[in-house]
Design a protein around this ligand. Sequence first.
Ligand code: NOJ
Length: 553
Amino acid sequence: MTSELSPMSAADWWRDAVIYQVYPRSFCASGGTGFGDLPGITQKLPELRKLGVDAVWLSPFYTSPQNDAGYDVADYCGVDSLFGTLADAEHLIQSAHDLDLRIIVDLVPNHSSSEHEWFKQALASPPGSPERERYMFRDGSGDGSEPPNNWQSVFGGPAWTRVVEADGTPGQWYLHLFDSTQPDFNWENPEVWDFFDDVLRFWLDRGVDGFRIDVAHGLMKVPGLPSLSPEDLADIRPDAQKPYWNQEKVHDVYRRWHRVLGEYGPDRILTAEAWVWPLESMAQYVREDEMQHAFNFAYLATSWQADNVKSVVDHSLSAFGAVGAPSTWVLSNHDVIRHSSRLAMGALESVVPGGLGPKSPEKPDPDVAMRRGRAATTFMLGLPGSSYLYQGEELGLPEVIEIPDDKREDPTFHRTNGERYGRDGCRVPIPWEKDAPAYGFSPSGDSWLPQPDTFGDLARDQQEGVEGSTLELYKTLLRLRKAEGLGRGELQWIATDSPDVLAYQNGGITVMCNFGDTPFDLPHGDVLASSESERDGTLQPGHAVWIQSAATE
Ligand code: NOJ
C-alpha cells in the first residue's frame, strides 16, 4: 500500500475512484449457513486493497425477509442475522478505513419490505389513516375488485395487491413496483422524508462514506397514477418511459440528501441507480447540489461494436461534463448478465432483463466471452472518470447458466413462471480456493446457489501471481491507472485504419481495442498491459492493450 496514493485524504476522491461492489450473500461466508456475511467480508478486505480499488459498495445487509435478496428492507438500521450484527457492520467500516478503503452502503427508499413496522401498522389501520398514508394505498377500480390502474411490476405480474381489512373483508390495494412484499412508499408524505433523513444520519454516524441509492428514478409518481397505453405496457425495457420513473420532483429529495451528507463533511457521496435515458437525463442526478455519481447504464448496455462504444463514451463525457460531474463506467452488477458472457451475445436488448438459463435460445461461447470480458475491462479502466467493478469480474467469472429451477431465488423467475430466468446467474457465490469446500466461499461447503465446476480453475488462488491471469490483469490496470492519474485525465481519440479498432490516448497511455474479426498490427511501443496472454506484435480480435503513449509517435 502506498500512502501517497491514498484516496482517503481528498474531498473529491470520488472523481476518479474505482469502487468494487460486494454482494454480501455471495462474497465470503465465515459461518456454515451457505450465505456470505459481514465478518467474511471484513476478513477479505485486504484482498480488495491488494486488488487496488478505492472503495467498496455493499449491497443491502439490513434486516429483511430476503424476498428480493435484501432489497426488501424490514429495518433500515438493523443488520440481518443472516449477515451478522450491527457491531460486525461497525467493525467492517472501521477495518476498511484502516486499509484506506471507503465504504458505500445501499439505501432502498422506493419501497420497504412488507415486514417493515410501518407497513404492518398500515395494514392494521383503516383506509385514510395516517399509517396508510406512508404507502400508496388506493381503492380498487369498478366495484373495488380490480386494481386501481394497469401498472405492472418490474418483476412481472400486476403492481398492485389487494389487502384484507381488519374486519376480514377484501379492501384497498397497495402499489409495489417490484415484488408484492415490497410496498412503495408515499413520497408525497413529509413523514417519509424525515424518516430517510434519520436513516442517512444513522449510517453516517457509523462512518460510512456514502450511499448507493436504489431505484433513484422511482419514488415520485405522476399524480393521479394514470394507466399505461397498451404499447407502453408491453415495453419491459429498463429504459422505457413510465409515469413512475424519473419525475422532476424526485430531484428535490436528492438536493435535501446532499445537504444532510454535507453535515458530515465534503467527502460523502450519493450514487444514483437511475435507469433513465438519454444520458442528459441521467446527468440531472449528478448536478452540483444533488448526487456525485450515477451508474452509466448506457455504457453497460452497449453492445460489442466499435462505433457504438465510441459514441457512448463521447456522449457520456459530454453529458456528465456539462453538469461538472465525472462520468462513471460500469460493465457488471448483481442485476445484469455478467459482462464477459453478455458481450459475447448478439441479441443484447432481449437478454439484459431476462437473464440466462438452460433453455435460453442463445448462449455465449465461453472463449469469446472470456476474451471480450477481459478486453472490455481493459478498455474501460483507461477512461477518465470513476469506475465500478462487480465482485468476481476480476476472476473472469461468467454468468452461470445451469442453475436448476428449484434453486433459483430471483422473484423475477417466480413471478414470470420461469419465462424470465432473472438474475441468479450473476449472483453465484465466488470462488477463493480451488481445493477448499465451496471453493473457499464457505467453510461448511454450503452455498445458497450451486457453484459450477468451472469455478475451480477460476478461483482466486489459481490466479494470484500468475502472469496473464484475469486477476493479475485487473491488478496491473488498476495500478497503472492510479500511477498515471488516468481517472483525472482527458481522452483523445486516435484514428486507426480499421473501423473495428478503437484507440484513445489518456495521459501517458494509449488504449487500443479490437472489436473486429481480423488481427490488427500494433504500433511499436511498450505494451504495459494486455488482455491477451500471448503477444506477437498484433492486436488479436476481441483483445485490448495499453501501450506507452510516447512510443506510438
Ligand atoms: C435495483 C436493485 O439493484 C435490484 O437488485 C432490486 O431488485 C431492485 N432495485 C428493487 O429494489
